[in-house]
Design a protein around this ligand. Structure first.
Ligand SMILES: [Zn+2]
Length: 184
């Protein structure tokens, strides 16, 4: 199962909130997350936010702590403290609860691309060595001169990496509206 990546997860960005005036104590801000869901953020104090998130008819409430410090004289900086690991940063991701990328076990988009590219390259290399062309894995026969153990090992790896490479291709096709074209 592929890890979710940061672009697919609703995110609370403290810089956006600050720009909307949402960090002023007492401010109540309505924010629309990337997923299209709305959350209400109340700045309870200099160091605490209350986030209200309505799912169906149930309202979820989250208390978020802010890390506050000043630099260059009087400029104040605020960051969101992750309830999971107490690290602080600009973003917290919402997936059942708010937490940082690491605690939510999210890939960066970049890491996702690297791992997909790896799966695609590996698939291509293996298919070349197996002289398999586009033959389905179950129908690939051992090339003459290749040792059976090598053949079995390569087939084993291909079974693992090819679905990952194909999954990404399908997702790309679905996004581009080519889904049905790739079904067969
Ligand atoms: Zn964390």
């Amino acid at each position: 199962m592929r890890k979710m990546n940061t672009a697919e997860c609703p995110v609370l960005d403290i810089c956006k909130l600050a720009r909307a005036g949402g960090l002023e104590v007492g401010a109540r801000t309505l924010l629309v997350l990337t997923s299209g869901e709305a959350i209400r953020v109340i700045a309870v104090s200099e160091t605490e936010l209350l986030v209200l998130h309505q799912i169906a008819y149930v309202e979820q409430r989250y208390r978020l702590e802010l890390k506050v410090w000043t630099q260059c004289g009087d400029r104040t900086y605020k960051r969101l403290v992750c309830p999971g690991c107490a690290n602080w940063g600009r973003l917290l991701y919402l997936r059942q609860r708010f937490a940082c990328r690491v605690c939510q076990n999210l890939n960066t988009v970049q890491a996702q691309q690297t791992s997909t590219r790896h799966a695609e390259n590996r698939t291509r290399q293996l298919r070349e060595r197996l002289q398999a062309g586009m033959t389905p894995i179950d129908d690939i026969t051992k090339p003459t001169g290749m040792r059976t153990t090598d053949f079995n090992r390569m087939i084993g790896i291909l079974r693992k990496v090819e679905p990952r490479a194909l999954e990404e291709t399908r997702r790309w096709a679905a996004r581009s509206g080519l889904g049905e074209w790739l079904e067969n």
